[in-house]
Design a protein around this ligand. Sequence first.
Ligand SMILES: [Zn+2]
Length: 90
Amino acid sequence: MSDHKQTSTVSSWATPSENVLKKAQEIVSSNNVQQVSSSDYLVKSTSSGTIYGVEIGVQGIFKCECQSAEHRGYCSHIEAVKLTINNEQQ
Ligand SMILES: [Zn+2]
C-alpha cells in the first residue's frame, strides 16, 4: 500500500513573504524608519501606527519587538530597516 503524500512546498522559515516585503517598502517610503543609534532603530507600522524597536545584534541578526518577528524570525519592520540600510550604502 503506497501512501506517499505530496508534501506541499513549505517556504523556508526565514524568507519573508512578498506581503512582508511590500509592507516594508511602504514603511520606508513613508519615512517611518528612525535611527536611534548605530544598532537601534524605531519603526512605525504603517497599518497600526505602533512603533517597534528594531535592534541589530553583533552578528547582524535583526531583532524586533513585534510578535511576528518572535514567531517567524522576520517581520516587515526588520525588512524596512534592512531596506533603509541598503539605501544608505548606495
Ligand atoms: Zn516587527
